[in-house]
Design a binder for this molecule. Structure first.
Ligand code: CIR
Length: 260
């Protein structure tokens, strides 16, 4: 059974953190409608959607991916690099405790889940304005015992590593090569985004389907030409808060079909 943890769009979303995007008005009702449709798509793809309680005072709470790294063996609570986001973690940790043994990185570590890309037993971790070397080392210390290799990755031009590259398969990547180097992922096949769609590298695997933003039709066509099954969802309003499809959920399997 696949669990998708999500969290409602906060009424304060317009006060979100922004790093690479210019602030522009956000229609919170439209963002919430897009998020609702996203949750519906995850359900339609077979995931059980489990919501963390809303956190109206935390503008970025909808981007639940950044608060945790959920592996088959454990969940690691991050310490988000933006201080305004640290209050998001407690409620997510409580919910994840129903599914995993929960561990945490601690100060002075900073780590955002959006910087952690898992490919098999390797965790590529972007060094970013949100994720520091202490965070990477503490993550390594928690997961090495389970056989995970932690590989720090340099990237530039976007907020998180997974803004620049995401996994479409175990050795198949979707990438904006202007933001991260193909050479960092030896042995992987890479599909590049259409140059007119630099933000299109963020895609979410749910079973054998790739969830992708409908704002990126040219890159979506590349995925279909490669033979991938693609389901699109409009996250254009959430994109004004610098979010995309992976950011809005934590997806993991629960053995034996057991829920909470
Ligand atoms: C932030 O800056 O933290 C939010 N406004 C956007 C976070 C998006 N999360 C992600 O890409 N994993």
């Amino acid at each position: 059974m696949v669990i998708a943890v999500t969290r409602p769009v906060s009424s304060s979303l317009a006060s979100c953190e922004l790093t690479h995007r210019r602030r522009e008005p956000i229609d919170v009702a439209r963002a919430a409608a897009q998020h609702h449709a996203y949750e519906g798509l995850l359900s339609a793809l077979g995931a059980s959607v489990v919501q963390v309680a809303a956190a109206p005072e935390s503008p970025d709470a909808v981007f639940v991916e950044d608060t945790a790294v959920v592996l088959d063996e454990i969940a690691v609570m991050t310490r988000p690099g933006a201080p305004s986001r640290r209050a998001e973690s407690a409620a997510v940790a409580s919910l994840l405790a129903a599914y995993r043994s929960v561990h945490s990185v601690t100060a002075p570590a900073t780590l955002d889940g959006g910087d952690v890309l898992r490919l098999g037993r390797t965790l590529f971790v972007g060094r970013s304005s949100r994720t520091n070397d202490v965070g990477i080392e503490q993550l390594r210390g928690l997961v090495a015992v389970f056989g995970y290799l932690v590989v720090p990755i340099e990237f530039a031009g976007c907020l998180h590593l997974k803004s620049a590259v995401t996994a479409l398969g175990d050795v198949l990547l979707l990438m904006n090569p202007a933001w991260v180097s193909r050479a960092a992922f030896p042995g992987c096949e890479v599909i590049g985004v259409d140059e007119r769609e630099p933000d299109a590298a963020n895609a979410l695997r749910v079973g054998d389907t790739i969830v992708h933003g409908s704002q990126f039709p040219r890159t979506g066509a590349r995925l279909r030409e490669r033979g991938l099954r693609v389901a699109t969802t409009d996250c254009s309003e959430l994109a004004k808060a610098e979010g995309a499809v992976t950011c809005c959920s934590l997806i993991f399997e629960v053995p034996g079909g057991e829920g909470r």
